[in-house]
Design a protein around this ligand. Structure first.
Ligand code: IPM
Ligand code: MN
Length: 345
């Protein structure tokens, strides 16, 4: 019989509340014969204050035993900025080789967008997740003086670029419109830009049915607002991807519905699924958080593990729920319950 061995990291703030709804929906959608085993981990601010630890080698060894990880949100104002980001989130992405950071943007019916009209938005960003300026390469000299010099080196390897570009081409090929845009800044970042463009063009030859385009990242921010319907799949580096996916979330319904997957496509390590939003300490514990982004992250998790029909049912339930929402204000729990009923029915 089939089974899913899931590591659950609720984390801080609203992470606790939204993850509970994600699990509720996951339990409701899985067929009877699939055995779901979960193990909860207490990473985040509380653990950091209690032990000074963010994520140890022993933690990584333990997490590695699972098929996938569901994460709520990590972060709290009581922890200095950067400590949990680097010590937990980025550490995990790098340790588990999450080189595909998948961030779909779909404007669902009934969801407000700040854009004029009601554009058709349905694209997915494949953000590189283990290289670029996120590698922590760089340094500073004469720190704190008027002559300080700080460098932050973007690392791009042929291996790392090719595997993410290949993944993006395959995803584009599997979608009806079969379009792929490379977003970079190759007019200025000449070395990395050359590598990305070269690899992109080389791999493109193997996917003749995929229509490609290149766009500078600054121009892309304009088109994401003025013509978001033009995008199908986007592939880009770690930092550009970080920035444009926040913009993408803003135009396609906000962070309340933005889901993401930190994926190791070969499944050498467990992939991690998380809402794009943070821990929102200002509304934590009040039942106000929208669990939709977490539930949509559960759909990505299901698809990654090969449960395509179940993933589709979750997305369908979210779409119907959003369409029927109107102006009703519901609690985190009520939204989770409604979605659980819909996926089961
Ligand atoms: C994200 C976040 C992280 C990132 C931070 C918290 C390190 O902004 O998941 O997009 O920059 O990747
Ligand atoms: Mn971000």
């Amino acid at each position: 019989s089939r089974s899913i061995n899931l590591a659950v990291i609720p984390g801080d703030g609203i992470g606790q509340e939204v993850v509970a709804q994600g699990l509720k929906v996951l339990n409701a959608v899985l067929p009877q014969d699939v055995k779901l085993e979960t193990k909860e981990y207490d990473f985040g601010a509380r653990r950091y204050h209690a032990t000074g630890e963010t994520l140890t080698d022993a933690d990584l060894a333990d997490l590695k035993k699972h098929d996938a990880i569901l994460l709520g949100a990590i972060g709290d104002p009581s922890v200095p900025s950067g400590v949990l980001e680097r010590g937990f989130l980025l550490k995990l992405r790098f340790a588990f080789d999450h080189h595909v950071n998948l961030r779909p943007s779909k404007l669902l019916p009934g969801v407000a967008t700040p854009l004029a009209g009601q554009p058709e938005i349905d694209f997915v960003v494949v953000r590189e997740g283990t290289e670029g300026p996120y590698t922590g390469n760089g340094g500073t000299i004469r720190q704190g003086t008027e002559h300080e010099v700080a460098t932050e080196v973007s690392v791009n390897t042929a291996f790392g670029v090719e595997r993410v570009v290949r993944d993006a081409f395959a995803r584009a090929q599997a979608r009806p419109r079969k379009k792929l845009a490379l977003i970079h800044k190759n007019n200025v970042l000449a070395f990395a830009g050359h590598l990305w463009t070269n690899v992109f063009n080389k791999v493109a030859a193997e996917f003749p049915d995929v229509t490609t385009e290149y766009m500078h990242v600054d121009a892309a921010t304009i088109y994401l607002v003025t013509q978001p319907e033009r995008f199908d799949v986007i592939v880009t580096d770690n930092l550009f991807g970080d920035i444009i996916t926040d913009l993408a979330a803003a135009v396609s319904g906000g962070i309340g519905v933005a889901a993401s997957g930190n994926i190791n496509p070969a499944r050498a390590f467990p992939s991690m699924f998380e809402p794009v939003h943070g821990s929102a300490p200002d509304i934590a514990g009040q039942g106000k958080a929208d669990p939709t982004a977490t539930v949509l992250s559960v759909a990505l998790l299901l698809r990654h593990l090969g449960y395509d029909a179940e993933a589709a049912r979750v997305e369908e339930a979210v779409s119907t729920d959003l369409g029927a929402r109107g102006t009703t204000v519901r609690s985190t729990d009520e939204i989770g319950d409604a979605l659980a009923v819909r996926v089961a029915g």
